[in-house]
Ligand binder design. Sequence first.
Ligand SMILES: Cc1ncc(COP(=O)(O)O)c(C=O)c1O
Length: 431
Amino acid sequence: MRKRSLRLLEEYGDVVPGGVHSNFRSPVYYERAKGSRVWDVDGNEYIDCVVSNGACILGHGDPDISEAVGEVLEYGLSVGLEGELGLKVARLVKEMVPSAERVRFANTGTEAMMKAVMIAREHTGRGKIVKAEGAYHGWYDDFLVSVHPDPKLAGPPNSPLPVRASGGLRRDVEDWVVPVPFNDPEALDRALSLHGDDVAAVIVEPVVFNSGCIPPKDGYLEAVREVTHKHDVVLIFDEVITGFRLAPGGAQELYGVVPDLTVLAKAIANGYPLAAVVGRRDLMEVTHPAHGRVLYAGTYNAHHVALAAASVCLEKLRDGGVQRRLRELTERLVEGFGRLADKLGVKARLQGIGGQFQVYFTDEEVVDYRSAAFSDEWAYRRFQGRVLREGVLMKPSYLFHHGVTYSHTEEDIDRILEAMEKGLEAVRDED
Ligand SMILES: Cc1ncc(COP(=O)(O)O)c(C=O)c1O
């Protein structure tokens, strides 16, 4: 029953285009969320697998975070000055993240990515950006290219053409972004040999979650590091989702590859709006208010509500226990799904890491954007619709990512698998 949700969709539509404030949201309107659960405005209960697009790592409404946030409300917000919390949380980030010699906060992943690119451009005196096809780094011109391009328009897989991912971008945006296939270091080397003298930075999301869940092949990130050193370009890790999640120090800790700059967000504050640009001291110093030339500003930067949340969240993420638990839950899901797909004879796979996952309808391992894009979208939609009816919240996009939190239990995973079994049966029966 979704009567009230449907009415809200109509009412919203009179005020808000499409009834959502972010285009990546589906029109299910929620009333509240707690732990691993979300309740919609019709009173339906879901096991949440959207988990705030990867931001919610501990579970909804963590009581310790709520208490810390409540405390800062008492002493005044947005004063236009720094307080002690800004130092405390920056120190935690520095201690946890290998590349973080220096730290500066922002509010969203997009903003922090914009800042990182400005730093790389100032440092190198060059302008172009290299990014993986299928990766999303936020909604700004510099990276809103080749996100989910139509493969028919995107050129050959090993040297893709830039394809704009939105209207309203600068006219010459294709001249500034060079897309490469993920998991292909030779293609990156070729692209840098061709454009290297103009390239400021290579941006890499170490696991491409914005095409579902595509982990790096063994040795890929090491090769990216080597190639970026060889061509003397700045390596930026977009750890907006992987940060603090794959390990306390993020993907760079797990894979042992240290970039020059890193962008962090999402799990840093369990869903409160905080992001950070961190990195090598000499690079970060270009934002120094007295002797740097890159303007680093923002009215809400290091907002105390988000910092209070982060100070508690990072303490909980620091010793690696949460990440170990997420790994166990992910393994249970991956194994359980594999057994179900085999039993039902459906060509489907669940790829997962660090509590995040995606289901692809294909019998091939998904290693880059093209292999994700060529999985069966319609089978996924049928599956997702059925899973939702079984009370598990997933998104209709076959290239989106899902997840579980520290609050999800083994029983939750088993209930998710029961719902997925129904979804797989619906796909099998359609064939
Ligand atoms: C990998 C990655 N980078 C950057 C962003 C942009 O972050 P925000 O939505 O906070 O602007 C996102 C958002 O989903 C993301 O997943």
